[in-house]
Write a protein that binds this ligand. Structure first.
Ligand SMILES: Cc1cc2nc3c(=O)[nH]c(=O)nc-3n(C[C@H](O)[C@H](O)[C@H](O)COP(=O)(O)OP(=O)(O)OC[C@H]3O[C@@H](n4cnc5c(N)ncnc54)[C@H](O)[C@@H]3O)c2cc1C
Length: 419
């Protein structure tokens, strides 16, 4: 391996903020909103020019369940607010009327609190929500480095059309999905053992209607029924390995630049083949939107103070900051510890979304949209509390009861037995 040493350079300090949120996917939206509502000055860095990440640019437009599959809602707060926002102009499929229009327990057991939304409307509405809340969004801006003093981040290095700059921060929330900031700052991170299979979702028009094609490995059990109902199966036999895949065994880590390009090109070509095949039988068939970011499920995560596993099902977690059900099966509920959001390495850094600290087995549960919103809200709320605490020596010493009470006042349910 050959190396060069880059010349040292000065970066202009372009901004200052209480809370810097890196990444504007669902977790970043929730984190920025919660922090701004908590009174913090917030800057959100987003690499693309649209909010939503996987949920909008990736066209992953199924807002998986907010319930436990037994008729009980477990995700509240911003997790539910964003679901409602995503279908403010109507659901693309599966309007959850059993939950939004006062259904019976029986109806709620039969129909989980899940919906399908329009990605573009969701992105536009989320942008307005954040700007109205006072969040400064910097699009086309990469979190490219972290400057530390002792074990705290003082500045985030940015790269955008203006070149390189620096933002002075009091705390940082890593919502990049891939724990980029954690890795850049030198916090311990862990990669998923199996990596990712290819997926390539697109919207197409055919015979007067637009529909979503979940092409490649999809978070949908192939039960033959098709449709959104298949996303919330009744049985307990779900396994990623069962699902149809277009990858021919190729798996990628999600954090290697060249490999990501190879994966995206392979996915594009398989998508093109699929479209060309469909057009052979139906000449009205045209793609209308294709996913424009790599579809990555589990890549790199923070190695946090806590790393919960699937054995935590319905277990009391003293430092819980919210809950999630299991989108794959009915019954399980997991309380997420605050300790899964920070590590002992960097005291003013939190992770939220699909890069929180969980085992590989639980990762498939916590990486989906509702838990990403739950951890985003908790991180943003904690970061806003943190700025007022001059005597607080990092997130590890934040008063958990105060954080939990604040979350409860925002409508979040912390523990299973209280819902
Ligand atoms: C094929 C596939 C199918 C899925 N199906 C479903 C489903 O049906 N329902 C469901 O609920 N979930 C599903 N998921 C999971 C879910 O969509 C995502 O895991 C979730 O939306 C992740 O949210 P996030 O905010 O943590 O991360 P992301 O959505 O990945 O957002 C990260 C954001 O950070 C930005 N970013 C990255 N690096 C940087 C950087 N260094 N600087 C600045 N910005 C950066 C990115 O551009 C992106 O906008 C699926 C995922 C995949 C891949």
């Amino acid at each position: 391996m050959e190396y060069i040493t880059e010349p040292a350079r000065r970066a202009r300090i372009t901004n200052t903020c209480d809370v810097l949120v890196a990444g504007g996917g669902v977790a970043g939206i929730a984190a920025a909103l919660a922090a701004a509502r908590g009174g913090a000055s917030v800057i959100l860095l987003e690499r693309e020019y649209t909010l939503g990440g996987m949920a909008t640019l990736g066209l992953v437009t199924i807002y998986l369940p907010l319930d436990d599959g037994a008729g009980r809602q477990v995700v509240f707060g911003i997790g539910e607010e964003l679901l409602k926002l995503s279908i403010a102009h109507g659901a693309e499929a599966n309007y959850p009327s059993a939950w939004l229009d006062g259904g019976t327990l029986d109806e709620r057991v039969k129909n989980r609190y899940v919906t399908q939304f329009n990605p573009h409307l969701f992105a536009l509405r989320a942008e307005k929500l954040l700007t109205d809340a006072g969040v400064t969004i910097l699009y086309g801006t990469l979190a490219a480095g972290a400057v530390k003093r002792e074990d705290a981040i003082t500045h985030i290095i940015t790269e955008n059309k203006s070149g390189r700059g620096a933002i002075a921060v009091k705390s940082v929330i890593d919502c990049t999905g891939d724990a980029d900031v954690c890795a850049l700052a030198g916090a311990k991170t862990v990669k998923h053992a199996k990596g990712n299979a290819l997926a390539s979702w697109y919207y197409y028009y055919s015979k007067g209607a637009v529909a979503l094609k979940m092409f490649g490995l999809a978070d949908v059990v192939p039960d033959g029924g098709g449709g959104l109902a298949a996303a919330v199966p009744d049985d307990t036999s779900y396994d990623n390995e069962m699902v149809e895949s277009l990858d021919n065994g190729f798996r990628f880590s999600g954090v290697d630049g060249a490999e990501l390009s190879r994966a995206v090109i392979a996915a594009h070509q398989r998508m093109y083949g699929d479209i060309a095949g469909a057009r052979g039988a139906d000449d009205t068939y045209v793609p209308v939107t294709i996913s424009s970011i790599p579809l990555v499920r589990m890549s790199r995560r923070l190695a946090g103070v806590s790393t919960p596993d699937v054995d935590g099902d319905r277990r009391f977690v003293p430092d819980s900051i919210g809950m999630t059900g299991d989108w794959r099966r009915r019954g399980p509920v997991f309380e997420v510890p605050f300790g899964a959001l920070y590590s002992s390495d960097i005291k003013n850094l939190l992770a939220a979304g699909r890069a929180i600290s969980v085992t590989d087995a639980l990762w498939d549960v916590t990486r989906v949209i509702p838990p990403c919103a739950v951890t985003g809200e908790a991180a943003g709320t904690a970061a806003a509390l943190y700025i007022d605490k001059e005597d607080c020596d990092g997130f590890a010493s934040l008063d958990i009861a105060e954080l939990q009470n604040k979350l409860i006042s925002q409508g979040v349910a912390i523990h299973y037995e209280r819902t």
